[in-house]
Design a protein around this ligand. Structure first.
Ligand code: C2E
Ligand code: MG
Ligand code: MG
Ligand code: MG
Length: 292
């Protein structure tokens, strides 16, 4: 890895920089090729209704199936794509694929599910983003109320007026806005009043030790309560254990997402997950439970 080379090569500083620069240029070119061929894939992770156990929504998470490096997680290339501007094209491709896939899922009988797509601040600030979203909806035939866009709170730190106006345009289309990684963005709570959000996602760093750490527990309970007073839904991400899920249910969290239910998976596997999820609900249904 060039990163490691850069760290060890302190004696030849410029050489190390050259190597790093070359690595980045190569990665950028490879990423361009990946976008143009079909190496960019979308994986899916379900969001589970904390009360009923049903899958309510599905988060789209990009993966790069690199010809030699294997499946690369977004952390390895999304930051670079943001710097180079490739995130615009990459993000639009993910959005289109996610809309198409969820329409196919609806067609196989799972009509209650929406899809949630991550949008980086760079995409949001680019003029015409709302048009990109409208095109994806029109081309796929997905109803706008079945699309959610996940945005980190720090997206409104710069250009607040412009970003909020774009968010309002998006709301105008009928899509929902989710604040992702809530609590990590160093943004002021006053932004929350301006942010036209429908849903808050509590960052998984608060969930990890929520059973043992009093501060994490207090923050998690507080965010759930605050969100409900603001009439927003709350999701907890990083739900890994039954204890996590029990704590979150007890405190009224609406939706749960994490490895406890499923890791992100390719679309073909998602369909299998949906079948198993429905079967599980039928098997565990109490006589008075509501029909799906
Ligand atoms: P995120 O939106 O907060 O997504 C949740 C991340 O947490 C995902 O990592 C997911 O695999 C991981 N995760 C889910 N459940 C658990 C769990 O129980 N335990 C643990 N330890 N992790 C869990 P992933 O897929 O590597 O994505 C990382 C980040 O990359 C995302 O964080 C998002 O910010 C960004 N990203 C992913 N896809 C896209 C995309 O299409 N566009 C943009 N702009 N960013 C994306
Ligand atoms: Mg997200
Ligand atoms: Mg998140
Ligand atoms: Mg996160």
């Amino acid at each position: 890895h060039a990163k490691e080379l850069g760290r060890n090569n302190y004696q030849w500083f410029s050489t190390a920089l050259d190597t790093r620069a070359h690595y980045r240029i190569r990665l950028r070119n490879e990423l361009q090729e990946a976008i143009e061929t079909s190496q960019i894939q979308v994986f899916y992770q379900p969001l589970i209704d904390a009360r009923t156990g049903q899958t309510r929504s599905i988060e789209a998470l990009v993966r790069w199936e690199h010809p030699t490096k294997g499946i690369m997680p977004p952390g390895d290339f999304v930051p670079l794509a943001e710097e180079t501007g490739q995130i615009i094209e990459l993000g639009a491709a993910v959005l289109k694929q996610a809309c198409r896939d969820i329409v196919a899922l609806h067609a196989s009988g799972y009509k209650e599910c929406s899809v949630s797509v991550n949008v980086s601040p760079t995409q949001l600030r680019k003029a015409g983003f709302a048009d990109t979203v409208r095109d994806a909806l029109v081309q796929s035939g997905l109803a706008p109320e079945n699309l959610e866009l996940e945005i980190v709170e720090s997206a409104v730190l710069y250009d607040a007026d412009q970003v909020i106006s774009t968010l309002n345009d998006l709301k105008g289309l009928g899509v929902r806005i989710v604040i992702d990684d809530f609590g990590t963005g160093f943004s002021s709570l006053s932004y929350l009043k301006l942010f036209p959000a429908d849903k808050i996602k509590i960052d998984r760093s608060f969930i990890k030790d929520v059973i043992r750490d009093r501060s994490d527990a207090a923050i998690t309970q507080g965010v759930i309560s605050m969100a409900h007073h603001l009439r927003l839904d709350v999701v907890a991400e990083g739900v890994e254990t039954d204890a996590h899920a029990a704590f979150l249910r007890r405190h009224g969290c609406d939706l749960l997402q994490g490895f406890l239910f499923s890791r992100p998976m390719p679309f073909t596997q998602l369909k299998e997950f949906m079948v198993a999820n429905q079967q599980h609900l039928r098997d565990t249904k109490t006589p008075n439970a509501e029909e799906a």
